[in-house]
Design a protein around this ligand. Structure first.
Ligand code: SAT
Ligand code: MN
Length: 616
């Protein structure tokens, strides 16, 4: 096929008037590289959504759900080869390998650029036959002091409509870019060019995938996948990997954390809590928790990512940089997360869930009886006898955060909300107690650094169920050397001193000898939050233990639960041998960071060992 040329003048002619020259030039450059059939500038309007979703229904990429049951909502089915993030194809392309660190896949930026956009680069002609969409977006409220801008170029309309939910997308963001605010360029292609006259498939993608980040130049290039965090580049690629490197340079923090407000209804006092858990460990559930104990109200600020900066009063303030939730569908029900269920009643996109005969969605763990017939996530007939899952374990809903009935009235406050406590958790069947408070600040960082968790379905290329280290729940999301990131945390703690929130380690997933969960979880996690905020208010004491400070049985609200002192003790049981072995493993894990490992972390490991020895 003959190369098409996109002149700057032509691109300018199709662009909104306010689009600045550097943006227009860049769009022309990428168009010449990727050879789309045309260029479309997204404005984020309702009409645009209507047009795109209608087109996608016509092309077969979307199924419109029953408008009476799920108005303005759609189902997409991906290919089995494109159902989650691919960590093995995710690269940090820093100049120096040591700046990516041993837990990231590093690639030389020049070599990677050659692979991507060199003479034989995968992006050459990658958008042929497709429209290239220009998506201006803001992470965080438009114009806010913690917010950041970006432009994603993509050949996937699925990405456009998802980005409209997940970010502040369109005209408002472009206006800020036009005013000269800095922006991050992010290029995405599904990597499935169409030859002249070739019919499209419903989920175009490429078996070869590259999800690449250039932290020194703040660039993102993603090729070959249309799914989730691989393709919605504002999310993990920008708001975590690139933002974490920006945050380190500029003295703030980009974290894989939910943010919630807990209000003590008696005193009216508000607390704000962030919590880091690995992907698909129930962050959305905790963010929308319905307290089972009286006197508290939970409101959601964010369910996945927190950007935090010191405020004028020296406290740490957080915003949710996203505008929507991209949550795991299986297991979500009116029982486990009624607020999420309410949020997704309309204007939602579902990916890889099952379709009911009356045009609604279904997944394993949703309320009610299992239907006798479904269309599964592959698009095939399904019955309960088929023995397969009808929805993919990493199937997702994309929903506007504003539709959440308990969205916090300050969720879009540009300056953020002041954080009182930080939780680290994971899925741990053994060893890790229900809750433990840090000793000193460095111990809090040690808690985050030594988190290990059972692997979930959020990535395709890590073995589900196995235990892996996932420091700060940032293992796949830290854009630089993980040990430097711990160093940055220690520096932020130094800077804020007493104002830096205390860290708590939590574990809802401990099991007994029979393999049953010992803690009810979900709404009952409010009991843990209750103890944490009473600690913050200085109302209760704690007992020094091996992994941290524990609640006293008599201080902890267990009303209405079948947990006596013996069961309680089991939730906090410490097996010194198991912990000694775990610390050997942690030490081994830390070794890979060499000299970069902060001395404070080594000291904390030694202190931990002393506490284990004392417990023997
Ligand atoms: O990275 S995704 O946005 O696809 C989901 C996740 O890992 O939490
Ligand atoms: Mn996540």
């Amino acid at each position: 096929m003959a190369e098409k040329t996109f002149t700057v003048e032509e691109v300018r002619a199709g662009a909104p008037e306010i689009a600045p020259a550097d943006l227009v030039e860049w769009v022309a450059e990428i168009a010449n590289l990727t050879q789309p059939k045309d260029i479309y500038w997204a404005d984020g309007s309702q009409e645009e959504w209507d047009t795109l979703t209608t087109q996608m229904v016509e092309s077969g990429m979307f199924t419109r759900l029953n408008p009476e049951k799920r108005p303005n909502s759609f189902l997409a089915r991906s290919l089995p080869s494109d159902v989650a993030r691919v960590e093995s194809r995710t690269f940090i392309c820093s100049e120096k390998e040591e700046d990516a660190g041993p837990t990231n896949h590093w690639a030389d930026p020049k070599e990677m650029k050659e692979t991507l956009i060199g003479e034989k680069g995968v992006f050459r002609g990658a958008m042929a036959g497709r429209t290239m969409y220009v998506i201006p977006f803001s992470m965080g409220p438009l114009g806010g002091p913690i917010s950041q801008l970006g432009i994603e170029l993509t050949d996937s309309p699925y990405v456009v409509v998802n980005m409209r939910i997940m970010t502040r997308m369109g005209e408002g963001a472009l206006q800020l870019i036009a005013e000269g605010k800095p922006w991050v360029p992010a290029v995405h292609s599904v990597g499935a060019p169409l030859a002249e006259g070739e019919a499209d498939v419903t989920w175009p993608c490429n078996d070869e995938k590259y999800i690449t980040h250039f932290p020194e130049t703040n660039e993102i290039w993603s090729f070959g996948s249309g799914y989730g965090g691989n393709a919605l580049l504002g999310k993990k690629c920008y708001a975590l990997r690139i933002a974490s490197t920006m945050a380190r340079r500029d003295g703030w923090m980009a974290e894989h954390m939910l943010v919630l407000r807990l209000t003590d209804e008696k005193s009216g006092k508000q607390y704000h809590v962030t919590a880091a858990f690995p992907s698909a460990c129930g962050k959305t559930n905790l963010a929308m928790l319905q307290p089972t104990i009286p006197g508290y109200k939970v409101e959601t600020v964010g369910d996945d990512i927190a950007w935090m900066r010191p405020g004028p009063d020296g406290r740490l303030y957080a915003i949710n940089p996203e505008a929507g939730f991209f949550g795991v569908a299986p297991g979500t029900s009116y029982d486990t997360n009624p607020m999420a269920m309410e949020t997704m009643k309309a204007n939602s996109i579902f990916t890889n869930v099952a379709l009911t005969d009356d045009g609604d969605v279904w997944w394993e763990g949703i309320d009610g009886e299992t239907p006798a017939h479904l269309i599964d996530w592959h698009g095939n007939d399904w019955t309960p006898e088929s023995g397969e899952k009808a929805a993919h374990p990493n199937s997702r809903f994309t929903v506007p955060a504003a539709q959440c009935p308990i969205i916090c009235e300050d969720w879009e406050a540009p300056q953020g909300v002041p954080i009182d406590a930080i939780l680290f958790g994971g899925r741990r069947a053994t060893n890790v107690p229900l809750v433990a408070e840090q000793y000193e600040g460095a111990h809090g960082v040690f808690i985050g650094a030594s988190v290990a968790s059972e692997v979930t379905a959020a990535a395709t290329d890590v073995k589900a169920g196995s235990l892996r280290h996932d420091p700060f729940a940032m293992l796949p999301f830290c854009g630089y050397n993980m040990a430097d990131y711990w160093g940055h945390w220690l520096e932020m703690q130094q800077e804020l001193g007493e104002n830096f929130p205390k860290v708590y380690q939590v574990n809802w997933f401990r099991k007994d000898e029979d393999g049953k969960f010992m803690w009810p979880g979900y709404g009952d996690n409010s009991r843990v939050l209750d103890w944490i905020v009473r600690r913050a208010a200085g109302e209760v004491e704690a007992i020094d233990g091996v992994t941290g400070r524990y609640p006293k049985f008599e201080d902890f609200n267990l009303d209405g639960l079948d947990i006596d002192e013996a069961k309680w003790a089991k939730l906090f049981e410490i097996n010194p041998e198991a912990w000694a072995a775990e610390m050997d493993d942690t030490e081994e894990y830390f070794k890979q960071f060499g000299d970069k490992l902060p001395a404070a972390i080594t000291e904390q490991l030694a202190k931990f060992r002393e506490r284990i020895a004392a417990a023997k």
